[in-house]
Ligand binder design. Structure first.
Ligand SMILES: Cc1ncc(C[n+]2csc(CCOP(=O)(O)OP(=O)(O)O)c2C)c(N)n1
Ligand SMILES: [Mg+2]
Length: 354
């Protein structure tokens, strides 16, 4: 770990006003050390997240090379400082308070910031976002069975209350869930975004249900991932935890299968969308009837293939008043082609970036 400067901020939310003033003073000291460009870069750093797999570990080319970009890291946990990427300035403190203090300092130096160029950039990003969203939403017009996996998170978003806790687990399943779920209330999405260890979601959902007994917990999970700890359905039944699991069944390690297909035969994969049955190696799974498995443990079970059946199945799950599992048959080829796949593949082209 590269040596880092460290500024320790002590804060107590009860005396926020006083602390803001103290922070203002501390930040004034920091401001003396940093140029406005550094502040701009600070605003580019991810806030409220930890640098991990889904931030491309802070590596080029998505991030500027370290020689071109100063890294300012703010974390309430000292152990995280400089953990995944060396920080030029490491600040031990609460990100929200830090940003409030930073905003105060920046306000005073507004004239030095070329906000026009930045606003242009933001407009460009928003336009790209809008176009991408339009593309992704087209998948929702696909009403064929077995269903396009886009429907699952989308129907759940409509069905469950805004404060329902959603857990995403599995390879492509997590990508599909991330693109079609909308977070409307803070701290309502759980997953393993930093390491992607399959199977954790089954019990994350149980933990969430224990922590928030008055809220609905729903877990969208791949068939491979569900195979890691299916016995936790019995834990849910025994502890009267009314988690609803939707298991996306493509009968494959879908994310591995698409990557493997590209590696083995990229042109055929592009043209035909999938390889022939005997061409992939060890990426197919047999069928597990997750609805029946759930029933065998005392939970409610449903099986759905047609997108129009999804909502009624969710209604029956809720009405059952206990843990429920929906075996969702998804089109295995469409499931392999998760949105943003190309970026996800880029991310794994290690160790290209620095
Ligand atoms: C514990 C663990 N083992 C292996 C992997 C590697 N891995 C990443 S995605 C994936 C396939 C996941 O299959 P499934 O849960 O069925 O989800 P799908 O991609 O089919 O949606 C695997 C094996 C992992 N992330 N975690
Ligand atoms: Mg699968």
């Amino acid at each position: 770990m590269a040596p880092i400067d460290q500024v320790q901020l002590n804060f107590n939310p009860a005396t926020l006003g006083l602390l803001n003033a103290v922070l203002g003073l501390v930040m004034f000291g920091v401001a003396l050390e940093l140029k406005v460009d550094d502040f701009r870069n600070a605003l580019k750093t991810p806030k409220g997240t930890r640098l991990g797999e889904t931030d491309w570990w802070g590596k080029a080319p998505y991030w500027r090379h370290p020689s071109q970009q100063k890294m300012i890291q703010v974390d309430a946990d000292a152990e995280m400082l400089g953990m995944n990427k060396p920080a030029d300035l490491a600040i031990l403190g609460d990100a929200k308070l830090f940003l409030a203090a930073l905003a105060l300092r920046l306000e005073a130096r507004k004239g030095e910031i070329r906000s026009e160029a930045r606003q242009k950039n933001i407009a460009r990003y928003n336009e790209t976002k809008r176009r991408d969203r339009e593309d992704w939403d087209r998948a929702l017009a696909d009403r064929s069975a077995p269903m396009n996996p886009a429907h699952v998170a989308s129907v759940c978003r409509d069905f469950f209350a805004d404060d329902a806790i959603v857990v995403a687990d599995g390879g492509n399943t997590t990508i599909w869930a991330s693109f079609y779920h909308r977070v409307r209330v803070p701290n309502t999405l759980l997953s393993t975004f930093k390491f992607g260890m399959l199977g954790a979601g089954v019990a994350q959902a149980l933990g969430a249900a224990v922590a928030f007994p008055e809220r609905q917990v729903v877990c969208i999970i791949g068939d491979g991932a569900m195979g890691f700890h299916p016995q936790e359905i019995e834990t849910a039944v025994r502890n009267k935890l009314k988690v609803i699991y939707l298991v996306l069944c493509d009968r494959a390690w879908g994310m591995v299968k698409i990557n493997q297909s590209f590696t083995l035969r990229p042109i055929k994969t592009m043209l035909k969308k999938h390889l022939d049955a005997d061409e992939n190696i060890g990426t197919d799974l047999g069928e597990i009837e997750f609805d029946k498995l759930a029933v065998s443990m005392g939970a409610h079970g449903e099986r759905v293939s047609d997108p129009k059946e999804l909502k009624p199945a969710l209604e029956r799950c809720r009405a059952s008043g206990r843990c429920a599992v929906i075996h969702v048959d998804v089109n295995p080829v469409k499931h392999m082609w998760a949105p943003g796949l190309i970026h996800f593949k880029d991310m794994h082209r290690e160790p290209k970036g620095k």
